[in-house]
Design a binder for this molecule. Sequence first.
Ligand code: NAD
Ligand code: ZN
Length: 375
Amino acid sequence: MEIKKDIQSQQISKIQAVGYRNFPMVPKVVYGKGSFDQLGEILMPRRKNADAACIFLVDDVFEGTQLMARLPLIFNDQVILISADEEPKTDQVDALVAKIKKEYSELPSGIIGIGGGTLLDLAKAVAIMLQNEGSASKYQGWDLVRKPSIYHVGIPTISGTGAEVSRTTVLLGPDKKLGINSDYTVFDQVLLDPDLTEGVDKEQWFYTGMDCFIHCIESLNGTYLNAFSQSYGEKALELCKEVYLGSLCDSEAREKLMMASWHGGMSIAYSQVGVAHAMSYGLSYLLGVKHGIGNCLVFQHLEEFYPEGVAMFHQMRKKHGIQLPTGICAQLSDDEYDVMIKVSLGMEPLWENALGKDWRTKIGPDQLKAIYSKI
Ligand code: NAD
Ligand code: ZN
């Protein structure tokens, strides 16, 4: 009898195992203050020949700064400065790919993204699209990429999004805002140098850092949670509390927030985000509100879903004197509300993670409208 039970349970776990996600992780990481100066040495073995350049996509906030002089440029390498004022778009990716193909006879040896989530996502997308036909918009979705991307490196200069570890690159396309989620999206190399985040202004530090905090709350309170996600989520949350509620010196806070971002990203890799992200996507699609601040604008009103997390968020916000903008949705028409609600409710896995399989019985357009109208 016992043996039969054992075989049955083995069969059940086999069936379940078929559904488990087998996701890639960043294969190489270097961490440490000043590690940016190792970039040249890291790239050297990846250089195919003198004609296959390294292309550095760099946030234009660094124009004219010391960091530019530290870029390990040789041969016909190129730096492309890009503004992070707007979130990345599929046609922007297409234009970058066309430019690189036009200017070089050979595919680059590597794409190096230096900046926040915006630049990291652009670098991932360009590396994919240099090897895959057509527009980036064709690949927005899950596992639509057929050919491996070219070698790409991510170097965050602001902490929180987890874009440095994730298998997605979030792009605004002609008809949707959706990631290119694929095994080929993941960086081949990440360089984590906490000193690079030194110049971030306070508001942006708070908004992008809260993206990480919200990843933790949504992952740890979701129905998809498992021991893998929990282990990373709890660590990330602990680090966020130290950074935003503790009394660390600036340098320690930069180090810890960088690791919080990494762990928060790992946590959602094996679970999912929730209500704040689903609703923030609606805001971003209609109004172009950026990810970090958009999450904060929504999250502040989600006490019904995440009571402890929202209370802690307000504690952090007050401690750092952050005033969130108000009246963002005040002038919107009913049709505009409907667009945001449709985009948000379209994020099915996020709702399922947040509220369970029967989420449709628990949330609907009226509740979403009531929350949006408070923003
Ligand atoms: P960001 O890249 O949009 O940058 C925010 C601001 O900070 C910009 O003005 C930028 O110039 C500035 N900045 C960056 N580093 C700086 C530095 N060291 N000194 C001074 N200023 C600096 O910010 P973000 O919040 O990191 O990224 C948001 C983007 O990330 C969104 O497009 C979002 O969709 C994406 N995202 C992606 C993932 C993913 O898994 N791929 C996850 C979450 C968010
Ligand atoms: Zn996020």
